[in-house]
Design a binder for this molecule. Structure first.
Ligand code: FAD
Length: 479
């Protein structure tokens, strides 16, 4: 009996993205015997980096940013010491074609939700009339989140008197990046949540975090965390099938077999269907998986022989390209302009820029050269130094299934962690977390699945972190 009660339960997790890593770290820390299977040779999933074959550079699959309100992601960083690898920025520079800049930043003299009001009122990219209608909607969102209905956010904004420019230069700019979907395909509830959580709650909630190291370097510490607690991480190990039994779960991966007490499936929704058992119990989940739609993101990586701007990052208005990240500054990567060896050398002015196009449906079919030509033409409208600079090398990374689309009423088919099989749980940014598809959403899903597993194991543990407290006047309205 004593032997039974001290025996640690085992869990096999499929997928070492942030959902699988966070579940694995939480359960390993709680004493579970964790086996994590990842089909790629590196961890991080859709937030990862690798050596790009065309340029020989270590590149992120795409620039990833987080916000101060990402409490669960920050908790994961704290577990394996990654928080110190994040730099924080509280100033966002919006640039119009032609170069005029508006900077939005918090003021220490105004309480939330008015902390950014002085810089917002001074912004040149919006007229007074635009600001008035934006403020009227913000005051409405202050009081709470509108319910999710069949209405999309674009029609909701128009119904609430938003001007074309307010939509283009404010709502669209923030939301297309945050939710990776066009406004006419976005749930009102999730759109409103982005503004309430990041813009209104507090200045701390809205500050932007940017990793100072490539993404896989950031997340590889999660592997060490799991193995230091007796777990195993198998890379290049692609699960093929799952067989739930009465007291265990067996997962086949090529010629290897993993049998454990529990399993967490943390693979994306568009590959999960192939892994599920071919039984009637799987039918409702399969039907839900078929309802998801996804939206692409395109990252355009440019190496110049000189710096084209002093800014570490900027929001680019009115064009196809939406964000500029100066990776050589953000990651302190001084490029050797001639060879791109990554070493700091005589050519210290060279730079590495990444441009991001979210919901990039309009360019995802274009060739690499077409995308580079468009990007250079547009970039020169914001930073004239591009015209003088020499492009040394470039890469275009298209993530066609970047994130699921937070369509109106999409929560109806986002499944919970629990499945038809008592020993199998789901995790992933697409599961029912209450958050859109983000790194924070993925970590929440991992913690939710890990909590559900411990409850099923009669050993209830709590991993989810509380939200950041609302400050100032927002604390009155925060439910
Ligand atoms: C281009 C791009 C830009 C983004 N920008 C941001 C951003 O700035 N901020 C932000 O918060 N979020 C951003 N996101 C979203 C964020 O990356 C995702 O929400 C999050 O990483 C999803 O994590 P996940 O663990 O749910 O899924 P994934 O990362 O997809 O992890 C699933 C893992 O399962 C593995 N797998 C699949 N099948 C198998 C199998 N059969 N056997 C074993 N392993 C398997 C995959 O290889 C993968 O590693 C971005 C996403 C993309 C694509």
């Amino acid at each position: 009996m004593a032997e039974l009660s001290t025996r640690k339960s085992s869990v096999t997790i499929i997928g070492a993205g942030l959902a699988g890593l966070s579940a694995g770290c939480a359960l390993a820390d709680a004493g579970y015997k964790v086996t994590l299977l990842e089909r790629r040779p590196y961890v991080g999933g859709r937030a990862s980096s690798y050596q790009h074959p065309g340029t020989n550079e270590i590149v992120d699959n795409c620039q990833h940013v987080l916000l101060g309100c990402c409490t669960n992601l920050l908790d994961l960083y704290d577990r394996f010491g990654a928080r110190e690898k994040i730099n924080w920025y509280d100033r966002l520079t919006f640039i119009e074609p032609g170069g005029r800049q508006s900077v939005i930043h918090p003021s220490p003299f105004f309480p939330a939700p008015f902390h950014a009001a002085p810089s917002f009122l001074a912004a040149k990219s919006l007229s007074f009339a635009d600001k008035q209608v934006i403020a009227s909607v913000m005051l409405k969102l202050m009081r709470g989140l509108p319910p999710d209905t069949s209405e999309d956010f674009l029609s909701w904004l128009k119904r609430h008197g938003q001007t074309e420019r307010a939509i283009e230069r404010f709502w669209k700019v923030v939301l297309v990046s945050a939710l990776n979907e066009d406004l006419d395909r976005t749930s009102v509830h999730y759109a409103a949540q982005v503004f309430r959580e990041s813009f209104l709650k507090s200045a701390a909630a809205g500050k932007m975090g940017v990793p100072t190291v490539p993404l896989t370097e950031l997340y590889s510490a999660g592997v060490d965390y799991i193995t230091a607690r007796g777990g195993q991480v198998h890379l290049r190990c692609s699960a093929d099938s799952i067989d739930p039994q009465l007291n265990s779960v067996t997962i086949k991966a090529g010629d290897r077999t993993f049998t454990s007490d529990y399993a967490i499936l943390a693979a994306p929704y568009n590959v999960l269907g192939k892994l599920l058992p071919d039984t009637s119990e799987a039918a409702p989940l399969r039907a839900d998986l078929a309802k998801f739609e996804s939206s692409p993101i395109t990252g355009i990586h440019l190496w110049f022989d000189r710096e084209i701007t002093d800014l570490p990052h900027a929001v680019l208005l009115d064009r196809t390209i939406q964000w500029m990240f100066q990776k050589s500054k953000l990651q302190n990567r001084h490029q050797n302009g001639a060879q791109g060896s990554g070493a700091e050398d005589s050519n210290a002015r060279s730079s590495y820029i990444e441009l991001v196009v979210s919901s990039s449906k309009s360019i995802v079919e274009s060739s690499k050269q077409e995308i580079i030509d468009l990007a250079l033409k547009e970039l020169a409208e914001f930073f004239p130094a591009v015209c003088e600079a020499k492009l040394l090398k470039s890469a275009v990374i298209k993530e066609v299934f970047a994130t699921y689309s937070a369509l109106p009423l999409s929560d109806a088919y986002r499944p919970p962690a629990q499945t038809a099989w008592p020993r199998i749980f789901l995790a992933g940014d697409w599961t029912r977390t209450g958050w859109p598809a983000t790194m924070e959403g993925a970590v929440r899903s991992g913690y939710i699945a890990a909590e559900a597993l411990t409850a099923a194991d009669n050993n209830r543990e709590y991993f989810l972190q509380p939200d950041l407290p609302a400050e100032g006047l927002m604390s009155i309205y925060n439910k």
